[in-house]
Ligand binder design. Sequence first.
Ligand SMILES: [Mn+2]
Length: 409
Amino acid sequence: MLLPTNPELIRSADSHFPFRPHSSFWFVTGFDEPGAWALLKKDGGFTLFVLPKDPEREVWTGIRCGVEGAVERFGADSAFSVADFDTELPKLLAGVDTLYFEFGRHPEVEPNLTRLLNGMRSGRKAHLGPTSLVDPGSILFELRLHKTEDELALMRTGSTITEEAHVAAMRDVRPGMYEYEIQALVEYTFRRRGAWGWAYPSIVGGGVNACVLHYVRNDGVFGDEDLMLIDAGAEVDCYATDVTRTSPASGRFTPAQRDLYQLVLDAQLAAVEATKPGWTLDGMHDQVVRQMTQGLLDLGLLKGSLDEAIEEKTFRRYYMHRTSHWLGLDVHDVGRYLLGNGLGKPLAPGMVLTIEPGLYVSPHDEEAPEAFRGIGIRIEDDVLVTAEGHENLTGQIPKTIADIEALRG
Ligand SMILES: [Mn+2]
């Protein structure tokens, strides 16, 4: 199995984006320098290709682990400079039948790899090269989907840090503040507590901005009666936390906000409660849709019967996204959602997923009762499937109306 990590990417002129390892490479190696490769062989043998020591460059860009360090500190059986990749890789692949490599996902290094493999198919030594290329996902992604205790410890740290950030935001927001002031508070808390930073760009949306699902401008001003939707989570050693809370900028929900919020919260709590081995994300979504659609009918946002509203998917006017996704090294983590027969993969202990129902009433929706227009609400927690059922890793972050209002005294 051949795994590249991410290269350094130019942000502008000669400055780079902050480097972040490729998740699968990181999962296998724990090696955090750019431009490296790992080769794992079935008969044993773990080889790293790394940037070589270069005292002159290291003065500018920081200490490199180097070839010797890759063996001593990262447990590689052998290590080479990336400068020797083209000559050493074909030797290491000689006699290998099947190469696992995620083609299509590493466009910056694939042309060179294709050239090397093609070279192995030519000439008198043609029989020595791999004859099968296989996507590693069926092995690697399943390993990533089921978390070990060590991984869960990192995710619990992320949850604790994310809790502090969300609580600070809910406590400190006031009408008249800019969304970016709260974004700064959230991300300051992530970094101050030792997280690498955010696991995905933070969404801080006030009022109607909460109805934009991936709102990241974060430059609006909170109005007196605005809700604040924050979808933000810390990244700890590459592991993501993904949490959404919605709270009033003024500290008090309006009656219409209260009705809609309680509906989302009840659906979210019921979905968390139902999470256990054997359950599926499709089952969870259907349950949430049914419960929230009934609530939308009760509040006058939808008309007709429950079965009609579900059959005709009219609920999608207010709930247009799915309820859950896997969580781990990536915020929308790897791992299949469906089995080969098209049915949902049953949950099993060690999987971590999010549960994030929401309702969004467009400010321009003239069919909606006026009091609900422009309200966007989402509530999201990160839930671990256990042998007994589940553990809500982020459930301690306040989300009942009473708890949120109490934060402001
Ligand atoms: Mn999410």
